[in-house]
Structures are given as structure tokens and as C-alpha cells.
Design a binder for this molecule. Structure first.
Ligand SMILES: [Cu+2]
Length: 284
């Protein structure tokens, strides 16, 4: 079948609109349909479901920017199409000699400035929320090692344990032998350091990611608002088993946490003598 130029153009436009609509629908519905709390889902292209106030704000900010850039991109695309259609040599054989238009020049300077200010305000608010650690209910020290994590609970009976990838458990490559256990709706301060090379402690559902640097104590925090299992991974290339040192956090009720602490104190009784000195000094 032979089509005129106009028909081809309309058909292409139809395909494009159908494509964008499908992508938009997938974006709105697809991610949530297959998402599992606390871990990545197959074909997921959204952020993981939020399980802390900081991550909720990160998600909000991400969606806000997504809408904003979509509107701006479509607006610029519309302008380009208008220029191509209206001002090509055939449609507009005698071009205007205009060189200045004060109103437009003021508008295209001021509007982008206002948009940037509109982005900066929630952006800085979020940054301060992430960096300004509230009064902590519980402190955990996470030490990145080649290639596993060690966790210390300096507040709760002072015990420490190693957390290694568990190949016989699910989810694959995320499950560990000894997970971090934290109480729900409590402010958890995480002190992060490295024992050998730089690692990075990251749990997407809580919106935290911070480098574990040898000789330096970094801090971040989260407040888990949903019970369950939450997984993260070392997020700094740290050597051959970088991909095999996951982070698993089990969020439980206060009673379950107290029971776990009691059991953990017995299970992990042999505490290296100097491992709490640095945490206590840094917490001062
Ligand atoms: Cu690592």
C-alpha cells in the first residue's frame, strides 16, 4: 500500500502516542504490580517501595522531577515542531528581521530561574533531612570487610557478629546468615566504616547509602516504618566478591527485638575487646 507523506506522518505520530501511553501506563501500574517490599523485582524500573520517611521523600522528589522534566521536554519539543512547520523556507519565504523581543528575553531568563528555585527548595530540605540525624533510639556499627559485613550493637549488651552471604537461602544473592535486626518506628543510627578497602552500605527501601571508609566513621540513619525483610548490597566496587556481600535488615516489633537481643547476646558472646572503644569514642 502506498501512503502519502501526510498519511505516513500521521501513522508515525499514532505509533509514538501509543508507545508513550503504554510506557506511561507501565510506569504507573507496572512497578507496583510486581514490586516486593524490601527487595528488587524482575523488570523493575521504579524505585523500590519506600519503608522510611526519608525514602518516601526521595520517592516524592523523584516523581516531582520526573513530571517537571517531562513537561519541559514536551514544551521544547512543541516549540521545535512549531519552528520546523511554521518557519521553514517553503512556508515562510520572507523571514522576519526581528533581533530582539524584551518580553520573551525576560521570560526565558526568569522562568528557568524560578523553576530551579522550585527544585532547590525541596532538594535542600531532603538533603538536610538525610544528613541531620535525629536523636537515636539505637546505634548499629557496620564495618565493611572483604567480603562481608560485621555489625556491632554497642547500646544493647555490646555484641558483635559477622554477616555473610547465605547461598542456601532466598532471596538469591541477598540473603545472609546473620541479619541486622531493628525495632520498627525507632530512629536507628548507623555508623559505617571499612576494615580494608572502601565499601558502601546501602539499603534502597530506607533511602540510605554511605561509604564505608577505612580510618573514618561515617554516619547515616533510618526509621523503618514497615515490618519485614529489607535487603541492600555493598555499593562500592571493593574487589572480587563485591557482588556477594549483601545487607539484610529484619524489622520487628519492640518485643521481638528485645527477645532477639537476649538470644544474640548468648549466640555472639565472644566479643573482641577493642571493637566498642572506637564506636563509643566517636559517639561522644
Ligand atoms: Cu564491598
Amino acid at each position: 500500500m502506498k501512503m502519502s507523506k501526510g498519511q505516513t506522518g500521521r501513522r508515525l505520530l499514532g505509533y509514538a502516542v501509543a508507545g508513550f501511553t503504554a510506557a506511561g501506563l507501565a510506569l504507573v501500574t507496572g512497578g507496583t504490580a510486581s514490586a516486593e517490599l524490601g527487595q528488587p523485582a524482575p523488570w523493575e524500573f521504579k524505585l523500590q517501595e519506600a519503608a522510611s520517611p526519608v525514602m518516601e521523600n526521595i520517592t516524592w522528589f523523584h516523581n516531582f522531577l520526573f513530571v517537571l522534566i517531562t513537561v519541559i521536554t514536551l514544551f521544547v519539543l512543541g516549540l521545535l515542531i512549531a519552528v520546523v512547520v511554521k518557519f521553514n523556507a517553503k512556508a515562510n519565504p520572507v523571514p522576519s528581521k526581528t533581533t530582539h523581543n524584551t518580553l520573551i528575553e525576560v521570560a526565558w531568563t526568569l522562568i528557568p530561574v524560578l523553576i530551579l528555585v522550585g527544585i532547590a527548595v525541596p532538594s535542600f530540605r531532603l538533603l538536610f533531612e538525610e544528613l541531620d540525624i535525629p536523636k537515636a533510639d539505637l546505634t548499629i556499627k557496620a564495618t565493611g570487610k572483604q567480603w562481608y559485613w560485621s555489625y556491632a550493637y554497642p547500646d544493647n549488651g555490646k555484641f558483635e557478629f559477622d554477616s555473610l552471604l547465605a547461598t542456601d537461602k532466598q532471596p538469591r544473592l541477598l540473603a545472609v546468615d546473620n541479619e541486622i535486626v531493628v525495632p520498627i518506628n525507632k530512629v536507628i543510627r548507623v555508623q559505617v566504616t571499612g576494615a580494608d578497602v572502601i565499601h558502601s552500605f546501602a539499603v534502597p527501601a530506607f533511602g540510605i547509602k554511605i561509604d564505608a571508609i577505612p580510618g573514618r566513621l561515617n554516619e547515616t540513619w533510618f526509621k523503618a516504618t514497615k515490618p519485614g525483610w529489607f535487603y541492600g548490597q555493598c555499593s562500592e566496587l571493593c574487589g572480587k566478591d563485591h557482588a556477594f556481600m549483601p545487607i539484610a535488615v529484619h524489622v520487628v516489633s519492640d518485643q521481638e527485638f528485645a527477645a532477639w537481643v537476649q538470644a544474640a547476646q548468648k549466640k555472639f558472646a565472644s566479643v573482641p575487646a577493642n571493637s566498642f572503644a572506637s564506636t563509643a569514642a566517636a559517639a561522644q
